[in-house]
Write a protein that binds this ligand. Structure first.
Ligand SMILES: [Zn+2]
Ligand SMILES: [Zn+2]
Length: 366
């Protein structure tokens, strides 16, 4: 019987595993610091995929509903998922150097995704890194009520994946410590209302339907939707983060390299395979997935896998105040800086005193 078949989270008291590995890895392979830093040309992929989705939506404006459905599953979901992976790179300031430029690019990348989610993802995701497994701060964890409702029945798990976008939104009230509304969120919301309104007026509601279905499939009941299961569901014992090294990384900007990414958040998507190649002794011994489709089918059919198949850390935050975007970004920058400083022969003191992404980027050789 699988350990998690008793339908409860795997509660532990020790820290998340990445910070420790970051320090060991940087000590063993100081040369991986060469891979740090943003890659501005990534922005062209955002522009190209947004243009592709808008063009497809306009072309499908007069298509029958079943044609829209098939196109959304076969093309739209993959395109939207790719946009999510680029929003993820923006979240870590890995496209441009300045945080605000990355935030603006992720608002652009959000347009075909219909729901305004890029800016809130930016906050929630940085906390996911810093507080992996913390029910109060890690939005990647299912709420206890959500996990109880879905249980381990196959059809409920399949329906949960299909409606994953709605469950994600329902988690927001649980995360009381995160302040959602700020001017960036308002800009994100206004851009979505303006864009979807204009598209509806120009190309009709089937165009909007195409984009909506694409967004739902991109994070749902679809091979690329299995990415959320792959990352932190306890699909193998004694490990809580898993990488995926299969072929869909080609259409997902290497987002499968999740252990590598958690260990070195300052490495952009195109350089993640180089982290694995540079430090094979850290990754070859870890369990990894090679097929999202196989994992999707296993998650649905295996009663040992459920929303409870997660490692959870109970942390008492006491009366700590709610955190806004700026507080979250400086918290994350500080933790990266201290991990890097602890494993560096010459600690970058300025980076510790004044956390900002600029101070973490390595000097460019040329
Ligand atoms: Zn990340
Ligand atoms: Zn993660």
């Amino acid at each position: 019987m699988h350990a998690s078949e008793h339908l409860a989270f795997d509660v532990v008291t020790y820290a998340e595993p990445h910070l420790e590995r970051t320090k060991r890895l940087l000590r063993a392979h100081p040369e991986v610091r060469e891979l740090f830093g943003p890659i501005p040309s990534t922005a062209w992929f955002v522009v190209g995929i947004v243009a592709l989705q808008v063009a497809a939506a306009i072309l499908l404006g007069n298509a029958p509903w079943w044609g829209v459905l098939i196109a959304a599953y076969l093309l739209g979901a993959i395109a939207d998922h790719a946009l999510w992976t680029l929003i993820h790179d923006c979240t870590h300031n890995l496209v441009f150097r300045r945080a605000r430029d990355n935030a603006m690019l992720q608002i652009l990348a959000n347009l075909p995704i219909v729901f305004p989610a890029a800016i809130s993802f930016r906050k929630f995701h940085l906390l996911h890194h810093r507080f992996q497994g913390d029910l109060e701060l890690d939005a990647d964890l299912a709420s206890p009520a959500e996990a109880r409702f879905v249980g381990n029945s196959s059809w409920r798990k399949a329906l949960w994946l299909l409606s994953f976008f709605a469950w994600q939104a329902a988690r927001v009230p649980r995360l009381k410590r995160i302040r959602m509304w700020d001017r960036w969120y308002v800009a994100n919301l206004a851009a979505q209302i303006g864009f979807i309104g204009a598209l509806w007026a120009v190309a009709g509601w089937h165009a909007v339907l195409y984009l909506t279905l694409s967004s739902i499939f991109a994070i749902g009941l679809h091979p690329v939707g299995a990415r959320w299961i792959q990352e932190h569901y306890l699909s193998f014992p004694n490990q809580e983060t898993f990488s995926y090294y299969g072929p869909l990384n080609w259409v997902a900007f290497n987002v499968g390299y999740h252990n590598e990414h958690h260990d070195l958040m300052t490495v952009a998507w195109s350089r993640l395979p180089k982290v694995r190649a540079a430090a094979p002794e850290f990754y070859d011994s870890l369990q990894a997935h090679r097929s999202w489709t196989r994992l999707l089918l296993r998650f649905i059919s295996d009663p040992g896998l459920s929303l409870y198949s997660r490692r959870v850390r109970n942390v008492n935050h006491g009366t700590a105040p709610a955190a806004d975007g700026a507080a979250i970004e400086s918290l994350t920058a500080r933790s990266i800086a201290s991990a890097h400083a602890e494993s560096s022969p010459r600690p970058p003191v300025s980076a510790l005193e004044q956390p900002s992404f600029q101070s973490l980027a390595p000097p460019r050789a040329s």
